[in-house]
Design a protein around this ligand. Sequence first.
Ligand code: NAD
Length: 329
Amino acid sequence: KKLGVCLVGLGNYSENLLAPALQLTQHCELKGVVTGSPNKIPVWQRRYGILDRNIYNYDTMDDIANNPDIDVIYIVLPTGLHSQYAIKAAETGKHVWCEKPMAKTVEECEAIIKACNKNKVKLSIGYRMQHEPNTQTLIKWSHTRPYGKIETVKAEIGFNIQNPGNTWRMDKGLGGGLIYDVGVYSINGIRYTTGSEPISVTALHKNTRPEIFKEVEETTIFTLNFNDGLTASGKTTAAESVNILKADCENGWYQLQPFQSYTGVKGKTSDGQLLDTYIENQQAKQMDDDALSILQNKPIMVPGEEGLKDIAIVEAINESARLGSSVIL
Ligand code: NAD
């Protein structure tokens, strides 16, 4: 059986990445949509053959509870709306997939986890990198440590954004801000590369273009400290193009560059190994992995707790930047 997936929010990521990927998946398929834009419905129906009975809006979405075509509700809305709609999704009794970043606050993340537990449904967060094979090598090495003790990790991600335009990503209330949008990749990357949790954080925000970045930060630089003396530096920025995750160890180093990209994630090591396994489509792999976890009742690869831990660090980063001192996690 293929699980029926219902996408909630038909913006860029649903339209250009998830829906096409759902044409490649083996264990799940696109069956329904929830949208507030009626003009999108005929286009989606024509393109993907979605039946009238599987089309919902935000007011009717509760009725998915009675729809046997749909097994999973995938929340692909602006971050500030994730908790409200992920909870609504859990209440229908369907499994919940929720895009990263999981939500704006730890409190909201906890509310999503609680709703999924209460309704006995599974919850996955859309961190596609953890499903990507070269990234999975780094995750494995966090346990096996082939280059000895990991001493420092660096995770930097940024884009040279000249004109962000009119988007929820610039709106604090809707969960905008680089530290949420892409900063979570550096935080998650540091956590899966080290395989451990930081104990404190020091951070600062920089804004060289306050006329553009009115509500949200332009650049954030942070240091995470771990129990065993390991430190990790992170950066997220709208002022320069950068995309690297590197571990410096006792006996060598390894890195992925880019470490966060839809395609072409690749890396190398100090002794000349290449990390360049190819997969056709990350989102298809992610959704198939998550579908199989449900179908075979296996642990979810990236559960709600993963999203929550990153948001706890985002909150600590913002608190540290505000206070100008380090914050204990
Ligand atoms: P987008 O702006 O392209 O789409 C957002 C959608 O939400 C639009 O269809 C919009 O109509 C709808 N919407 C409903 N209520 C809204 C409101 N009050 N304000 C604004 N829009 C509203 O955004 P996107 O790039 O598709 O991102 C959606 C989610 O997917 C975000 O959580 C984002 O972080 C995540 N995302 C993840 C990845 C990934 O690689 N995993 C990539 C891109 C986006």
